[in-house]
Design a protein around this ligand. Structure first.
Ligand code: AMP
Length: 118
């Protein structure tokens, strides 16, 4: 499957639609989810054009991989989720109901979750 340049996160990266930024650097952009499902609900996306975590893992450079995952940890700290704990979710493909085909990680926190998120 080819990357779709019209997806909503590609538009956010190009500044075509607004987002509420939490953090950005050369590798990653983090912003608040428009429909939060927890008191803390931030999305972290790579700047590169990757559809899913598998696509990112297979094709991203070592610098992009390290930069992105460092940013995820940094954002979890920035939003105050490190101490009490948080969940990372990355939906990938139809069974997960992935809505936006640009790789992203959800950082969810600020509450105690159930044992499973299914
Ligand atoms: P997923 O199902 O993992 O693809 O999740 C996509 C997420 O993107 C959902 O939680 C949406 O609420 C969120 N979302 C969609 N459009 C926007 C937007 N314009 N700004 C912020 N978050 C968005």
């Amino acid at each position: 499957m080819a990357y779709d340049d019209t997806n909503v996160f590609a538009k956010i990266l190009r500044g075509e639609i607004p987002a509420k930024p939490v953090y950005e650097d050369d590798f990653a952009f983090a912003f608040n989810d428009i429909r939060p499902q927890a008191p803390i609900h931030v999305l972290v996306i790579p700047r590169g054009k990757y559809i899913s975590v598998a696509d990112f893992g297979a094709k991203a450079s070592p610098e992009e991989l390290a930069g992105f995952w460092r940013a995820v940890s940094h954002v979890a700290e920035l939003v105050g989720a490190l101490g009490e704990g948080f969940r990372l979710i990355s939906n990938s493909g139809p069974n997960s109901l992935q809505e936006v085909p640009h790789f992203h990680v959800h950082i969810l926190g600020g509450k105690r979750f159930g044992a499973l998120l299914v």
